[in-house]
Each structure stands twice: as structure tokens, then as C-alpha cells.
Design a protein. Structure first.
Length: 312
């Protein structure tokens, strides 16, 4: 079995088809790059396909990633993980997988710049967060004014005036979760009219509800401003968007991989999907969306792949 060689865009379609690789990793976020590190240290340096869309790039600074007590931003983390993977021989290719197909002995991947065949695939494609359609939302995410993961960074919001923007019941759950960090939590409901009973129960737990359309929300400097029905304005120091996310599972489901009711891929204890040889790790597998969980799953999956290759 040939190990991955550095693919050259000039090599052409035919050359890319000329070898069966051992492992291709789709996705270059923390899950995919950790998988590349482990495989490299198993003397099986993989090819990593990087579409440049890892959600980790939006992290302004995380303080719950092991080994970085002073915190680390997403771009810096990705840069270090990339260098770490390349140290052990990983080849990282800027491209996007357009189609995944099963073929004899493994899988065929159709990319923007050619076609590859591989024995095993590790899918680390992550999820797509749903952000409120507000001007400046992306910039606010980078500054930490707008946030999507209270497990990641609510500690840094301890004692602050926090708003939770939501259009569904998940907003209630997130507002309750945030009570661990602050006594000033407000649910900003932007969806259909809120059920009066549910509103009463939430307010009885000390979480007031503001019903407002997106037109009544603005992000200014480092604050979220909400126009109240009375015409007054309420300002919040931190805002969490509890609008859900979409697992990027299309490549896996195109070959028949099973998902749960939330669209997350169902995997075995070794992180293999229902399709033999196709593994999935990180956010596309479960809703916890944590860097350390993604890294652990990458270690589990790649160890299993190495053992399977070793025994053939």
C-alpha cells in the first residue's frame, strides 16, 4: 500500500487516480488535524483535504483547551495543529471534496482539482452554526460579543448581563445552563409568539423574556442592543445565539451512512460510521462541539484504522 505523496495540481486527473492511498482526512479543524498527527506518528502520514471553513477559526480566545491556561485563539490553534501534523508528514491540500463514492477496496473522492482513491476516510467536516441575520454578526463573533458555545466560554461571562437569542425551545435550555455563570440572563425570543405558560415558568425561574424581531436587535461596539416593545432600549454585555447548527454530513449520507434525528452521524465505539471504512469524528458526530472531544475521537478512530491496516 503506497503512502500519500504530495499531490500536484499540474499532475492531472489520471495521476491522482494512479494510486490507492491509505487514509484521506476530510476537514482540517481540530478533529481532522489531530487525526493527521496520530496517523503520522503511526508512520502512516495521511492526506488532509482542507476547505478552509473550520469553525475553530471563529474562536476569539478559548481558555478550556488543555495546555493553554492563558487561552488561545482559533487561528493560532489551527496554525499550531497544522504545523504539528506536518511535522509528522501529513500532506495538507487546499481543496473541497465535491463527491464521495464507494469503490473496490475503499472510496473515491472527487475534488475540485482531481480525483483520489483511498482505503479509509476520516470525515471531520464539522457543523455550520446558525447565526442571527444581523449586520456585523460575524465581526461580533470574532470579538466575543456574539457567542455560540457557553460550554466553551461562559466562564469568561461570569456575572455579566447576558442575552440568549433564540427562536425555539433550545433557547430555554441555554438560558437555564447560563444561570451557572450569571444571575442576569434574558431570553430574547425572535421566533413565533412565545407560549404564555412557558414564558411564565421561565420568568418564575428568574429568566425574563423579551419578544423582539431581528429588526429590533443591533450590535454596536461591544454590546447587543434590543429595542423593547415600549420603545426603550436594553443593552447586554454578552449575547449567545441559541439558533442551532447543521451537521455537515452530506458526503457521508451520500454513501448511505446513518444519522440520528439531529443529523449527527451514528458511529461505533471506534468512530466508524455504518459504512465500513468511513470514520467520522468531531462536531459532525455529536452536539457537544468541543475541541477536546474532537481530538479524543480522532485518536480513537485513527488507532483503529492503524490496527486494521497493520493486520492486512
Amino acid at each position: 500500500m503506497e503512502r500519500p505523496a504530495a499531490p500536484s495540481p499540474a499532475a492531472g486527473h489520471a495521476l491522482l487516480l494512479s494510486r490507492m492511498l491509505e487514509v484521506v482526512i476530510i476537514g482540517a479543524g481540530p478533529a481532522g488535524l489531530t487525526a493527521a498527527i496520530y496517523l503520522g506518528r503511526f508512520h502512516r502520514p495521511p492526506l488532509v483535504i482542507d476547505s478552509g471553513t473550520s469553525r475553530a477559526r471563529w474562536i476569539p480566545r478559548s481558555h478550556n483547551i488543555l495546555g493553554f491556561p492563558q487561552g488561545i485563539g482559533g487561528p493560532a490553534l489551527l496554525s499550531q495543529l497544522r504545523a504539528h501534523a506536518e511535522r509528522y508528514g501529513a500532506r495538507i491540500r487546499q481543496d473541497a471534496v465535491q463527491n464521495l463514492m464507494r469503490c473496490e477496496g475503499g472510496f473515491e473522492l472527487h475534488l475540485a482539482m482531481g480525483t483520489l482513491r483511498t482505503r479509509f476516510v476520516v470525515l471531520a467536516s464539522g457543523v455550520q452554526d446558525h447565526l442571527p441575520e444581523l449586520p456585523g454578526a460575524t465581526e461580533a463573533l470574532l470579538r466575543g460579543v456574539l457567542r455560540v458555545c457557553p460550554i466553551c466560554d461562559a466562564y469568561e461571562a461570569t456575572g455579566k448581563d447576558i442575552a440568549v437569542i433564540s427562536d425555539a425551545l433550545r433557547g430555554e435550555r441555554e438560558a437555564d445552563f447560563l444561570r451557572t455563570y450569571s444571575n442576569s440572563i434574558t431570553l430574547v425570543r425572535i421566533g413565533p409568539a412565545y407560549d404564555p405558560e412557558r414564558r411564565s415558568r421561565l420568568e418564575a425561574r428568574g429568566i425574563p423574556v423579551i419578544e423582539a424581531g431581528l429588526a429590533g436587535l443591533t450590535i454596536e461596539n461591544d454590546d447587543l442592543r434590543v429595542r423593547l416593545p415600549s420603545g426603550d432600549t436594553r443593552t447586554f454585555e454578552v449575547c449567545y445565539a441559541a439558533l442551532g447548527c447543521s451537521p455537515q454530513n452530506g458526503l457521508a449520507t451520500s454513501v448511505g451512512a446513518a444519522c440520528d434525528a439531529n443529523g449527527q452521524l451514528i458511529v461505533s465505539s471506534h468512530c466508524q460510521t455504518s459504512i465500513p471504512g468511513l470514520y467520522a469524528v468531531g462536531d459532525v458526530v455529536r452536539g457537544l462541539n468541543q475541541v477536546v472531544v474532537a481530538a479524543a475521537e480522532a485518536a480513537i478512530a485513527t488507532t483503529d484504522i492503524h490496527n486494521r491496516l497493520r493486520n492486512t
